[in-house]
Design a protein around this ligand. Structure first.
Ligand code: ADP
Ligand code: MG
Length: 278
């Protein structure tokens, strides 16, 4: 008992927290007693604190690397690399708010809508990267690939298993909804996927289609209304209304080669601003 006073309580508090984070209840219960038994003072316990910090750091790094591989991003894009001046209609504050990833534990959805080349996929992957950095499990998939995965699973009678596997991801990123129309069966399965995640898990998607045109892709008005109802309830809708970044980029390059400044075109893409409400 005499050595107990020598132990620094603040240091022990930090070690307690580390051992809890590492799920080592046996070590947590015994290390103070062992320190006393060995006549160790707080100075010696600093080694323990440093060793545990190293273990926590390496576990975190491995988890990050594992989650990055599991996400299957086609390319890496960062929110920090996004030029907001290229898209004046998109308030940076809304993206910053999403980047806190509070929508993930709240099981909300994010919908990025806009015409091709406006940076939807860039923002989607950037959000995913941020989520992984914060420790969330993320999976990227294009809508077409997801439908194919679901159709294959149906043929093999394992749709519930696939939904369970996707349900293990805190955030699923569905890219390019609307580029390819689905078969009726594909649309139904996609509906099942979104319904399965509704209020249980977060989902983010990109689409080139204003909501009014969704029935054309899903082929069924009633189902589309039900789907939109779920997706837009507790959702963050961002409209990327502007000119294609790719087009602008190539025009700039061409202008630079010709030695003339790039013309500034009028923006506008026909995507309704009315969809910005969230
Ligand atoms: P979308 O998915 O809307 O078709 P992408 O996200 O694929 O567009 O963007 C096309 C290319 O332009 C990508 O290489 C992307 O990184 C880049 N890009 C688009 N918008 C921006 C932006 N505002 N700032 C930086 N890069 C951008
Ligand atoms: Mg895209």
């Amino acid at each position: 008992m005499s050595g107990a006073a020598a132990l620094d309580e603040a240091l022990c508090g930090r070690i307690d927290a580390q051992l809890k984070a590492l799920h080592l209840p046996g070590a947590l219960a015994h290390y103070r007693g062992l320190a006393e038994e060995l006549g160790l003072d707080s100075h010696a316990l600093k080694l323990l604190e440093r060793v545990l910090a190293a273990e926590l750091g390496s576990r975190e790094l491995h988890r990050y690397q594992r989650n990055l591989r599991a996400a299957r991003f086609p390319v890496v894009k960062e929110l920090s690399g996004f030029d907001f001046t290229a898209l004046p209609s998109l308030p940076k504050g809304r993206v910053d708010e999403l980047a806190t990833c509070r929508f993930i534990p709240a099981h909300e959805s994010v919908i990025l809508v806009g015409n091709p080349g406006t940076g939807k996929t860039h923002l989607l992957i950037g959000l995913g990267m941020q989520a992984i950095r914060l420790g969330f499990r993320v999976r990227f998939v294009t809508a077409a690939a997801l439908v194919n995965e679901l159709l294959l699973a149906r043929a093999e009678l394992r749709v519930p298993k696939l939904l369970r596997q996707l349900g293990a991801f805190d955030l699923v990123l569905v890219d390019e909804l609307g580029y390819v129309p689905f078969s009726r069966e594909g649309a139904q399965l996609l509906f099942e996927f979104f319904a399965d995640r509704y209020e249980r898990r977060a989902t983010a998607l990109t689409t080139n289609l204003p909501f009014a045109q969704w029935p054309q892709v899903f082929g069924d008005e009633t189902m589309t209304v039900a789907l939109l109802d779920r997706l837009t309830h507790r959702s963050h809708v961002l409209v990327l209304n502007g000119e294609s970044y790719r087009l602008r980029d190539s025009r700039r390059r061409a202008a630079a080669q010709a030695g003339t400044p790039a013309p500034v075109p009028a923006s506008g893409n026909g995507v309704s601003q009315g969809a910005t409400a969230s």
